[in-house]
Design a protein around this ligand. Structure first.
Ligand code: NAP
Length: 475
C-alpha cells in the first residue's frame, strides 16, 4: 500500500495473492488492508490537503505532466503486467496504458482552466464573484477490467483540482494499481496527496471511507448493484458521488446501413477485452432485411478470433476474469437456447492445454434472441453477441431503450436525419454513430438511468472535483 508517501504493509500484517487469469500462475502478493489502514490513508490525505490545494495550478499541472511522461516511458512494462494480471492481449493493454496516460495529460491542461465567473448584481454597490474550489479529500473505488485507466480517470482530475485522494483498487488487479501509484510517487506527487489501500475484502475499507466526515466525495466505477449501495450510504452524509456503473448497450443496424461494415464494427467492439467493457454492446438489434448478411460477416469475423494467453503473439481474445464470469456466460447461453435462441458459434468453455488453467469462454453468437431472455436484461460482460431483429424505426428505439441501463449505444445508418433522430431518442449517455469508440479523455464519459451519475474526462471531469462558492461584495 502507498500511504503518506511510503510503501507500507497492512497493519494486520496480512497479504493476499494476485494471479494470472489465463494460467492461474501466482503473480505476487500485496498487503491486505482493512479499516485501520483506510483510516491512516484518510488521515494522510486530510493532512496533505491544505498544502496541495494552495499550490498553484501550474505546479499541479507540472506534476501531472511528469506522471504522463513517466507512464508512457513505462508503457511496455505496465502493459505486460496488465496482460498478466487482467488478461487482455498485450496490444490492447498497451492501448489502455496510452488511454490512461491521456487522462494525466488532459487534466494537466485542465488544471490551468478552472475559471470562476463575475456576475452582474442588481445593486450598483455590489459585485458577485464565483469561485471554483477543490472539494477536499476524495475516495476512489475502481474495477479490474481497465485496471490502470480507471485509476487515472479519477486521480488525475482530483489532483488537477487540488483535491487529495484515497484509492481502493479491485481485488483482482492490485499490482496494476501499485505500479500506477509508483508513477505518481516517481513523478513527484507529494506525500499524502495520493494514497493506495489494497484489500481482499472491500467492506471494512468502504465502511471507513463512508463513515469519515472529512471524505467529501466518492468516485466509484463498478457494478450498478454496489454503486447504488455506496451512493445511498454516501447520501446519508451528503457526500458528493460520481458513479460509473454497468451498461447494456444496444447496437442498432438500420436497413440502409452496410451490413458487412456494421458487422465488422460489431465484432471489434463486442469482443474488446473479451466483452468485459462497460460500453460493449449487449444487444445487436438488426433490421430483418439485412440480418442474414450481418450474421454471416459477424460469424466470419468471430471464426478468425484467436483466444489464448494475451502474452502469446497473435492472441486476440483473452480469458474472462474468473470462474464466476464463466458460469454467468454458461447461464445466459443456456437460458437463451432454452427459450428458442439459435447458437451459431461458440457457447461453451474452451478446454485443452492452452485453456484448462484459465477462464476461457468461446466467442459466441446467438441468433433469434428475444426480449424475455436473461441476456436482454442482465449485463453480460463477456464474449457473447446476441442478435435480435426489428421491422421499423420506432420499434428499434423502443427495444433499445427497454433496459434499466443507459451507458453506451450504437447506431449504424447512412441516413443523416435518421442518425440524429434516433440518437436523440436513445436514453444513453454516449452514442456511436457508425463508430465503435465514442470515448476519449477529451469527451464526457458516463451514463444515465442506472448506469450512473456524473461524468469522467473532458471539462466535466474536473468539475466533479470542484465546489462552487459565491462571494457577494458590497463596495
Ligand atoms: P464490482 O463488483 O462492483 O466491483 C467494483 C469495485 O467495487 C471493486 O473495487 C470492488 O472491490 C468494489 N466493491 C465490491 N463490493 C463492495 C462493497 N460492498 N463496498 C465497497 N466496494 C465494493 O464490479 P466489477 O465486477 O469489478 O466490475 C464490473 C462492473 O463495472 C460492470 O458492471 C461494468 O459495467 C462496470 N464498469 C463501468 C464503467 C463505467 O465507466 N461506467 C467502467 C468499467 C466497468 P473488490 O474487487 O475487492 O470486490
Amino acid at each position: 500500500m502507498y500511504i503518506n508517501g511510503e510503501w507500507q504493509a497492512a497493519s494486520s500484517g496480512k497479504t493476499f495473492a494476485s494471479t494470472n487469469p489465463a494460467t492461474g500462475a501466482l503473480l505476487g502478493t500485496v498487503p491486505d488492508g482493512g479499516r485501520a489502514d483506510a483510516r491512516r490513508a484518510i488521515d494522510a490525505a486530510t493532512a496533505a490537503l491544505s498544502a496541495w490545494r494552495t499550490r498553484t495550478a501550474y505546479e499541479r499541472s507540472e506534476i501531472l505532466l511528469a506522471a504522463h511522461r513517466m507512464m508512457l516511458q513505462r508503457q511496455d512494462s505496465l502493459a505486460t503486467l496488465m496482460t498478466k494480471e487482467q488478461g487482455k492481449p498485450l496490444r490492447m493493454a498497451r492501448t489502455e496504458v496510452g488511454y490512461a496516460a491521456d487522462f494525466l495529460l488532459w487534466f494537466a491542461e485542465e488544471a490551468k482552466r478552472v475559471y470562476g465567473e463575475v456576475i452582474p448584481s442588481a445593486r450598483t454597490d455590489q459585485r458577485f464573484i464565483v469561485l471554483q474550489q477543490p472539494v477536499g479529500v476524495c475516495a476512489a473505488i475502481t474495477p479490474w477490467n481497465y485496471p490502470i485507466s480507471m485509476i487515472t480517470r479519477k486521480v488525475a482530475p482530483a489532483l488537477a483540482a487540488g483535491c487529495t485522494s484515497v484509492l481502493k483498487p479491485a481485488e483482482q488487479t492490485p499490482l496494476c494499481a501499485v505500479e500506477t501509484f509508483r508513477v505518481f510517487a516517481d513523478a513527484g506527487v507529494p506525500a499524502g496527496v495520493v494514497n493506495l489501500v489494497t484489500c481482499s475484502d472491500p467492506e471494512p475499507v468502504a465502511d471507513e471511507i463512508l463513515a469519515e466526515a472529512s471524505v467529501r466525495k466518492i468516485s466509484f466505477t463498478g457494478s450498478t448493484e454496489i454503486g447504488k449501495m455506496i451512493a445511498a450510504r454516501a447520501g446519508g452524509a451528503m457526500k458528493r458521488v460520481s458513479m460509473e456503473l454497468g451498461g447494456h448497450a444496444p447496437f442498432l443496424v438500420f436497413e440502409d446501413a452496410n451490413p458487412e461494415h456494421a458487422a465488422k464494427g460489431a465484432a471489434l467492439v463486442k469482443f474488446l477485452n473479451t466483452g468485459q467493457a462497460c460500453i460493449c454492446p449487449n444487444r445487436f438489434i438488426v433490421h430483418r432485411s439485412i440480418v442474414e448478411p450481418f450474421l454471416a460477416t459477424l460469424r466470419a469475423r468471430v471464426v478468425k478470433l484467436v483466444p489464448g494467453d494475451g502474452l502469446v503473439k497473435g492472441t486476440t481474445v483473452g480469458p474472462l476474469i474468473d470462474d464466476v464470469a464463466l458460469k454467468k456466460m454458461q447461464r445466459q447461453v443456456g437460458d437463451a437456447v432454452d427459450k428458442g435462441a439459435k447458437l451459431l458459434i461458440g457457447g461453451s468453455r474452451l478446454t485443452g492445454t492452452t485453456f484448462d488453467n484459465g477462464a476461457f469462454f468461446a466467442p459466441t453468437i446467438l441468433a433469434d434472441v428475444t426480449a424475455e431472455m436473461l441476456i436482454c436484461s442482465e449485463e453480460t460482460f463477456g464474449p457473447i453477441a446476441p442478435v435480435l431483429v426489428f421491422d421499423d424505426e420506432d420499434e428499434a428505439i423502443a427495444m433499445a431503450n427497454a433496459t434499466t441501463y443507459g451507458l453506451a449505444g450504437y447506431i449504424y445508418t447512412r441516413d443523416l436525419a435518421r442518425a440524429i433522430r434516433v440518437a436523440e431518442a436513445l436514453d444513453f449517455g454516449m452514442i456511436g454513430i457508425n463508430d465503435i469508440n465514442p470515448t476519449s479523455a477529451a469527451v464526457p464519459f458516463g451514463g444515465i438511468k442506472e448506469s450512473g451519475l456524473g461524468r469522467e474526462g473532458a471539462r466535466a471531469g474536473i468539475a466533479e472535483y470542484l465546489d462552487t462558492k459565491v462571494l457577494g461584495i458590497a463596495l
